[in-house]
Design a protein around this ligand. Structure first.
Ligand SMILES: Nc1ncnc2c1ncn2[C@@H]1O[C@H](COP(=O)(O)OP(=O)(O)OP(=O)(O)O)[C@@H](O)[C@H]1O
Length: 260
């Protein structure tokens, strides 16, 4: 099990500071939602967490190790990533695309074994892509491609999983399926961080929440602690509140714009 921590992370794009002194802990066994308005820096923060973007101050660590000191392969074996980028060029099947996630477990010239095939089959099944395994990835809908991206990250069998809006192309059934799957994987020790715009889904399915606004963390904690009416109005510009939900859970009601 591995914990990812960001300490005092700042980052810039195009000469402009986008992240400003961000602290974050992504613990094993938990699904953490990274939420915030458009342009608040969620994707940028995710990118610093898998070394796709250098920090200007601060540090990201995997357990005690600064990620900039890790070998590329070590980082790739530990951290799985699903981004909003296209999953692959065409000409390969869904199965082959997902199997690319296994390359981090292999040496450069090592061929895939039956254990790799078993992992790929299991993952395809769990994200509901088994029936599309032999389809060209370019012949998929947006939601199907999104699930390929998630499946490929899962095929790595990472310790930490980072997902950028993993549900934005998915229908309601698939959104819930993915969130339930992430909860199951977290129960097995995975540390999960995902960006989400749907605050109700984040409230119902995530254990913890980190709220970004203007590149700063403005709240961290359990969803019911974080999403109080003042924060919903001040950060998201809406009127709403968290209340107890069905089956002992919690949910979020939103009933209008804060200034409406
Ligand atoms: N290459 C770039 N150069 C300059 N500014 C950039 C660049 N990429 C993104 N930005 C800016 O950085 C800020 C944060 O962007 P980011 O994509 O991290 O936000 P986000 O919270 O993920 O947004 P969204 O919810 O809209 O996906 C935005 O103001 C955006 O315009």
């Amino acid at each position: 099990m591995t914990t990812l921590t960001a300490s005092d992370v700042s980052a810039a794009l195009g000469g402009r500071r986008i992240l400003d002194g961000v602290d974050l802990t992504i613990a094993p066994g938990r699904v953490t939602a990274l939420v915030g308005p458009n342009g608040s820096g969620k994707t940028t923060l995710l990118r610093t967490c898998y070394r796709a973007l250098p920090t200007t101050t601060g540090m990201v660590r995997l357990d005690g190790d600064d990620i900039t000191s890790l070998r590329r392969r070590t980082l790739a074996r530990t951290v799985g990533v699903s981004t909003q980028e296209p999953v692959s060029l065409g000409g390969i099947t869904v199965r082959e695309s997902v199997r690319l996630g296994r390359t981090v477990k292999r040496g450069l010239f090592e061929s895939f074994g039956t254990d790799d095939a078993d992992v790929v089959d299991t993952v395809l099944d769990r994200v509901g892509l088994a029936g599309l395994a032999e389809r060209d990835v370019l012949a998929l809908s947006g939601g199907e491609r999104q699930r390929v991206s998630i499946a490929r990250a899962l095929a790595q069998q990472p310790e930490v999983l980072l997902l950028d809006e993993p549900t934005n192309h998915l229908d309601l059934h698939q959104q819930l399926s993915v969130l339930i799957l992430l909860r199951e994987l977290a129960a097995g020790g995975l540390a999960v961080l995902l960006t989400l715009h749907d605050l109700r889904m984040a409230t119902e399915y995530c254990d913890a929440m980190v709220v970004l606004s203007g590149g700063r963390v403005v709240a961290t904690g359990a969803p019911e602690e974080v999403l109080d009416p003042a924060l919903l109005a001040g950060v998201f510009g809406v009127r709403g509140q968290v209340r107890p939900g069905p089956a002992g859970g919690r949910t979020l009601d939103v009933w209008g714009l804060a200034d409406g």
